[in-house]
Design a binder for this molecule. Structure first.
Ligand SMILES: Cc1cc2nc3c(=O)[nH]c(=O)nc-3n(C[C@H](O)[C@H](O)[C@H](O)COP(=O)(O)OP(=O)(O)OC[C@H]3O[C@@H](n4cnc5c(N)ncnc54)[C@H](O)[C@@H]3O)c2cc1C
Length: 420
């Protein structure tokens, strides 16, 4: 018997889950529900797209490694370089201090405004002398140390917006149902046994409501996941332990990094340290000739109702600060940097610094709501990936699909449960 699954949230985590589910059940029994008028207007569309194999803390290490391998395999099979800018990368730390690889709290660096480079080598051997050619688009300045911090084959990059669209298109081509723009407004349970039996979806354009009979629900709504849970399971009284860390970003073009140069060599990730506390910019040169820069984050920026509501709130000062960093690192003037995209988006983050991938115990659903035993039913949660949701996206989709369908898990996610 096929169990219908409703996935709430069509960011990269929800879409990846739909993609992997669709390999093992009729795709038309999978429903993706997304309220934002623009698709991927959230973190999944505005992220850097940096992928690492082993920069994670122990609880997420198995998932991180699986995901890195899934990215490689999918790119190889589906033409990832052309399709979504998949490319191997070399990472550099640039600044007056030492490079990464020092360990420390690799799980909370983003919240603290420290550099992602702190996580380099967290799970690998580290320590050895690493080599690589300093990117030609980085201007060498006397006194600035440039250090390679990644081992060959252990980091890569994608354009996350293109990858997200690719995954969604694969789902749609296979027959997965997308409800957009739409929102789940209630969950119904069978009167005889209280088991979840359907989800009611309201279409944001027409206002019409549809009941989708289902026994599986996946909450993959990123930073909005606690709101979704509260709205659908009002009797629970449990607040999902997921907050958000906002981040500004810009994508620029400059004659110092072009598509042609990208074809000649690999991409680069440059992690810089500055003298300003809490500001550790990261720059990624992409296959298509763009440079992405982020690193200006906030834990106080309030989460909007929808990702698209963040656009008018993009702070000109933040954009200018990131552009200033680009000009400084590239050693160019204003005319040599063209801003092609700017963004403010919200990473779903947990205090412990690792994502949550689990079935929510029936006891937490409240007011006697129950679910059928797996794999015939359940309410699942896949979120809280913080600064690593692109890197861990494919592994998360794969493992969630296995969990929901009652198959053996490809990664050890035993340390990624729900602590409430
Ligand atoms: C500046 C920045 C740079 C980053 N760089 C990287 C990087 O280089 N590498 C990396 O691995 N990660 C990076 N990340 C992290 C990564 O972007 C996130 O971890 C990841 O995108 C989270 O994906 P998601 O699908 O969980 O959430 P989202 O992308 O936020 O998607 C959640 C979706 O849920 C929808 N939603 C909202 N309300 C509801 C509702 N009521 N019902 C249903 N759906 C709802 C939203 O509209 C949204 O589409 C970065 C993040 C930021 C902010």
């Amino acid at each position: 018997m096929t169990t219908t699954t409703v996935i709430l949230g069509a960011g990269i985590i929800g879409t990846s889950t739909a993609y992997y589910l669709s390999k093992h059940q009729p795709p038309s029994s999978i429903h993706l529900v997304e309220p934002s008028p623009s698709l991927f207007a959230s973190a999944s569309g505005y992220a850097g797209g940096f992928l690492a194999k082993d920069w994670f803390s122990p609880a997420a290490a198995s998932l991180g490694a699986l995901s890195f391998e899934e990215h490689r395999k999918m790119a190889e099979k589906e033409g990832g370089r052309r399709g979504w800018g998949y490319a191997g990368s070399t990472c550099f730390s640039l600044g007056k201090g030492e490079g990464g690889g020092e360990g420390g709290r690799v799980d909370v660096w983003c919240r603290d405004g420290a550099s992602r480079a702190e996580a380099a080598g967290a799970g690998g051997e580290g320590g050895g002398k690493l080599t690589g050619v300093v990117p030609s688009w980085v201007k060498r300045v006397e006194g600035n140390a440039v250090e390679v911090i990644s081992e060959e084959g252990s980091v890569a990059q994608v354009d996350p917006l293109q990858l997200s669209h690719f995954l969604l298109q694969k789902c749609l081509d296979a027959g997965v149902r997308l409800h957009h723009p739409a929102q789940a407004i209630s969950v119904q349970a069978d009167a005889r046994n209280n088991e979840v039996s359907s989800v009611t979806i309201a279409n944001a354009t027409s206002g019409s409501e549809t009941d989708i009979p289902c026994a599986n629900i996946v909450i993959a709504a990123g930073a909005w996941s606690p709101r979704v849970f509260e709205a659908l399971f009002p009797g629970s009284g449990v607040r999902l332990p997921v907050g958000c860390i906002a981040g500004w970003s810009v994508v620029v073009r400059s004659p110092r990094w072009t598509e042609k140069r990208g074809e000649e060599g690999g991409c680069h990730a440059v992690f810089t340290t500055t003298t300003q506390p809490g500001y550790s910019p990261e720059l990624f040169s992409r296959v298509g000739g763009e440079i992405y820069v982020a690193g200006l984050n906030s834990t106080t920026e309030p989460l909007p109702d929808l990702p698209t509501d963040a656009k008018p709130r993009i702070d000109r000062g933040a954009v200018e600060k990131l552009c200033g960093t680009v000009r400084e690192v590239l050693g160019v003037g204003e005319d040599d940097v063209e801003v092609v995209r700017e963004g403010l988006c919200f990473r779903p983050a947990t205090d412990r610094g690792t994502p949550i991938l689990c079935r929510i115990p029936d006891g937490l659903l409240g007011s006697g709501v129950a679910t059928r035993p797996a794999p015939e039913g359940g309410v699942y949660l896949a979120t809280g990936h913080g600064p690593w949701g692109i890197s861990m996206s494919l592994g998360t989709g794969k493992v969630m699909a296995e969990m929901i369908q009652g198959r053996a898990l490809s990664a050890d996610v035993s340390g990624l449960g729900l602590d409430v």
